[in-house]
Design a protein around this ligand. Structure first.
Ligand code: GDP
Length: 362
């Protein structure tokens, strides 16, 4: 009977998500110390393949991968921090990939080394990643001065964002002096991007009707520069109109802590127009915040934010990843669902059990 296809066999618990590409990284005959040193040397000498592999290790949940990744990260930290970290957001279809390709090429032609990273909130829900497709930026992908990395596609937004932030450090240690972090303009992920960049660029399009309602006020408020893209052909007058509209809207926002007045520009990513002015604005911004100390101050605040985020995530993982808690949690969930226990009492009881396991109080 138990062999019948109708009989329900209990499943085998699956291991946490492990990046399948991570398996070939370090060879069996290599010690973790040796592997770590290989990655550090590789990254410092700008070896793209080793940089890529180290990022994949960061994204992996296997503890031996994590261990190597963290040693590499630590060794890279003193060589990080020297880039312009630029967040780029905009609703799907605004032209982000076209713009990154076009503006990115403009930067590499001027001798910059550019890394493009992404935070894609959709990866939380499905495996499909909208920002993960390298073919979107074919020209940049083939540019030796550019490094494109799709979004890490496992875990919570917080986890994904933290991995992206750690990737920034590795890219900087590899000599990339401009980092783009791309995200779609849907809300939460902007806050994450804002917390790891110095400059926030919002890409918009005109002619989509009630422009100002399409994007959340909070996101506009974060923007250091709004670029109205697709200002080409018949669209030019509409783009200028939108520019004036946004400029007025920005006046209503309180002044920014950086002392910078956010600007609105028009551009065509397709026809490569308006890009020089954008670059000029970005340069002006960095000149200002380097001189007035805001850059340093903001990065320190970001470091504090990430310290807290890391603690949150570590504790959360420790709690939810604990095998005993994994067994207890559904029991208490059921009690709450049945109404036999209220949520606070259930949470308190679970935390008490967790403390008992760890022999401490949180
Ligand atoms: P994303 O979803 O924000 O990454 O947007 P894409 O870069 O994929 O662009 C969406 C569509 O807009 C594509 O069909 C692009 O060819 C088009 N597009 C992007 N930039 C421009 C532009 O500057 N002018 C025009 N006319 N079309 C553009």
């Amino acid at each position: 009977m138990s062999d019948s296809a109708l009989f329900i066999h209990e499943g085998v618990p699956q291991p946490p998500v492990v990046n399948p590409q991570a398996s070939f990284f370090y060879k069996k005959n290599q010690t973790p110390e040796h592997a770590t040193q290989t990655y550090i040397n590789g990254i410092r000498s700008g070896n793209v393949s080793l940089l890529s592999q180290a990022i994949t290790l960061l994204e992996s949940t296997r503890s031996d991968h994590q261990q190597i990744a963290h040693s590499v990260l630590e060794a890279c930290l003193p060589f990080s921090g020297n880039s312009m970290r630029i967040g780029i957001t905009g609703v799907p279809g605004a032209g982000k990939s076209t713009f990154i390709e076009s503006f990115g090429s403009c930067l590499t032609q001027r001798g910059h080394k550019l890394a493009v990273l992404a935070i894609d909130p959709s990866s939380e829900r499905s495996k499909g990643s909208i920002l993960g497709d390298k073919t979107r930026m074919e020209r940049l992908a083939g540019d030796p001065k550019a490094f494109i990395r799709p979004t890490p596609n496992a875990g919570s937004l917080g986890g994904v964002a933290r991995k992206t932030r750690e990737s920034v450090i590795l890219c900087e240690a590899a000599g990339y002096n401009v980092i783009f972090i791309e995200t779609v303009g849907v809300g939460q992920s902007e806050v994450a991007v804002h917390s790891m960049t110095d400059f926030f660029l919002l890409l918009m399009i005109s002619g989509a009707g009630d422009e100002l309602q399409g994007i959340k006020r909070g996101i506009m408020e974060m923007a250091d520069l709004i670029v109205i893209n697709k200002a080409d052909g018949e669209n030019v007058p509409k783009a200028s109109l939108a520019q004036a509209l946004y400029q007025n809207a920005l006046h209503l926002f309180p002044p920014t802590g950086s002392g910078w007045t956010p600007a609105v520009l028009t551009a065509s990513a397709m026809e490569h127009t308006g890009l020089d002015t954008i670059l000029q604005k970005i340069n002006d911004y960095f000149t200002l915040i380097r001189a007035n100390g805001y850059m340093e101050q903001k990065r320190r605040q970001q470091a504090r934010y990430w310290m807290n985020e890391t603690i949150n995530e570590t504790l959360r993982n420790r709690f939810f990843g604990n095998p005993q808690m994994e067994t207890l949690l559904p029991v208490y969930e059921q009690k709450v669902l049945e109404g036999s226990l209220d949520s606070f009492a259930a949470a308190a009881a679970l935390i008490q059990q967790f403390d008992a396991i760890h022999g401490s109080t949180l």
